[in-house]
Ligand binder design. Structure first.
Ligand code: ZN
Length: 76
């Protein structure tokens, strides 16, 4: 099985090593943001996917998560 984003081998949660790390970073930051601001997971993802300060790996993960969410909504 390959990563949802690139073609590297999956490590966990459908992501390769590097995208998994980016995902964990995103998730940890969200936990901090949530305490300070009222922000939803999707708002947060859309913010970081547009932020020029976000690293490429994290941006790719954020975009993938947004897409996953859209697909889930459609399926329901
Ligand atoms: Zn990957």
């Amino acid at each position: 099985m390959s990563c949802k984003i690139c073609s590297r081998q999956v490590k966990e949660k459908g992501y390769c090593n590097r995208h998994l790390k980016a995902y964990q970073n995103i998730y940890e930051k969200f936990e901090m943001w949530k305490k300070a601001l009222e922000v939803t997971w999707m708002d947060y993802l859309s913010k970081i996917s547009k932020n020029s300060l976000t690293g490429e790996w994290a941006k790719e993960v954020a975009k993938q998560l947004i897409e996953d969410d859209r697909r889930n909504v459609k399926e329901k």
